[in-house]
Ligand binder design. Structure first.
Ligand SMILES: Nc1nc2c(ncn2[C@@H]2O[C@H](COP(=O)(O)OP(=O)(O)OP(=O)(O)O)[C@@H](O)[C@H]2O)c(=O)[nH]1
Ligand SMILES: [Mg+2]
Length: 396
């Protein structure tokens, strides 16, 4: 019986001895992260050799199950594998593959230097890099969706509140009216009609040109709204559009007349509409606002509210009506970009602001009506007292 002779055939292109990843001689390898797999192969062995792996100067690395590929000539290609975790001390480490056995004439080594790519990411890091933005994006979308829905719900709530509004409903006191009149006043072309159309749109969600607004053609004619015109927001709330003043320097009698009008169409909350974009307009308006609201209160017994239009323009020029007109309490004013024929894509926040402002005007109207009712009652009592005083004796 002839004994098998140890052979180690050199199978091109590999030389005798172990090889790392098909690399011969002084091998180097770049990896993306600190965790990677190493494999070391000894080709054409018979009998089998013993293979071990170790990091330079350290103990042996635990190997995964080896693979054997038997060739036609009876020799094998032996490969060992190991999952290696490089220490964080350095970015480069050398590994040695050691084969022992007759097929490698006793012992043979191969060395590989593994370098971690700078900025390279491990598989975990790559997954994190992809997954984290996706999770954040999902969260942001979810929050935006929730917020949008909440905003829409709050707009719908306001719409219902205004649609079902009846003066005096929510108070103990009985008011003398069952319809509230809000009146828009101001210099021409400041956006009074556009404000009415904006409020109608905010309430209904449908844009129509209820009140005629200034266009280039109409501008040639000067003032567009020629007379007091009612627009019914609901069966209990009417918005009155008015003819604009030529300038703030005009005699304000016209303004006062519009405000008092006749008793059945008495304005319960005057709303002053201003476009404060220009310096001149602002200065004139400032002078006007110093004396006018007081006069209105004295003569008509009502307190006003204030609308400043062209919000986008004002903000982009850093002009803030809260700072320009400090005499006006903040809660009495709204800075708004009116919806216009050219630009009326629904903006839930803008519509919400508009309706909140209308609710605050209704609240103001209620106070004004209560105050007017009180004065009227006092006047009647005074009249009665006088009548009693001067009534002929015996008619008491
Ligand atoms: N961009 C922008 N345009 C506005 C705004 N408010 C009004 N407008 C436009 O400005 C022009 C004048 O607005 P109107 O609503 O007609 O002004 P008015 O005060 O009713 O004018 P009179 O009826 O003439 O007194 C119109 O072309 C409106 O569309 C606003 O806030 N932003
Ligand atoms: Mg008008």
């Amino acid at each position: 019986m002839s004994q098998d002779k140890p052979i180690h055939k050199v199978i091109p292109p590999y030389e005798n001895g172990p090889t790392f990843d098909k690399c011969q001689g002084d091998c180097t390898k770049e990896v993306n992260g600190r965790e990677f797999q190493l494999s070391c192969t000894v080709h054409g062995t018979k009998p089998n050799v013993t293979i071990s792996l170790k990091a330079a100067g350290k103990s042996d690395i635990t190997l995964l199950p080896a693979s054997f590929e038997t060739r036609e000539d009876g020799t094998s290609d032996q490969t060992v594998y190991a999952n290696v975790s490089m220490s964080s001390d350095s970015n480069s480490e050398a590994y040695t593959c050691n084969a022992r056995g007759e097929a490698v004439q006793g012992m043979a080594n191969a060395t590989i230097t593994v370098t971690v790519k700078s900025g390279g990411l491990s598989v975990g890091a790559i997954v994190a890099v992809i997954a984290i933005p996706l999770i954040v994006l999902g969260l942001v979308c979810f929050l935006v969706f929730k917020l949008t829905r909440k905003k829409r719900e709050s707009l719908e709530k306001l719409r219902t509140q205004i649609r079902t509004y009846k003066p005096g409903d929510a108070t103990e006191s009985e008011l003398s009216v069952n319809k509230v009149n809000l009146g828009l006043f101001g210099v021409m072309s400041t956006g009074k009609s556009a404000f009415i159309n904006s409020v109608m749109f905010a309430l209904t969600g449908e844009y129509h040109k209820h009140a005629d607004e200034t266009t280039d053609d109409l501008m040639a004619d000067g003032i567009v709204t020629k007379e007091k015109t009612p627009y019914h927001l609901t069966s209990h709330i009417t918005l009155f559009d008015n003819r604009g003043l030529q300038t703030y320097l005009d005699d304000t009698t016209q303004y006062m007349d519009q405000m008092r009008y006749n008793v059945s169409e008495r304005i319960h909350c005057p709303i002053h509409v201003a476009d404060a974009r220009g310096e001149t307009a602002t200065n004139d308006l400032n002078g006007f606002l110093i004396k006018f609201p007081e006069e209105v209160e004295k003569l008509c017994g009502v307190k006003m509210k204030y609308v400043f239009t062209h919000k986008t323009d004002m903000e982009s020029n850093g002009r803030d009506p809260r700072k320009l007109f400090q005499r006006i309490p903040e809660e009495d004013m709204i800075l708004v970009e009116n919806y216009t024929h050219e630009n009326h894509e629904e903006d839930v926040e803008r519509s919400t602001e508009l309706l909140k402002f209308i609710l605050s005007c209704l609240e103001r109207a209620k106070c004004n009506i209560e105050s007017m009712d009180r004065k009227e009652k006092e006047r009647k009592e005074e009249q009665l007292r006088k009548d009693m005083q001067f009534a002929p004796a015996g008619i008491h």
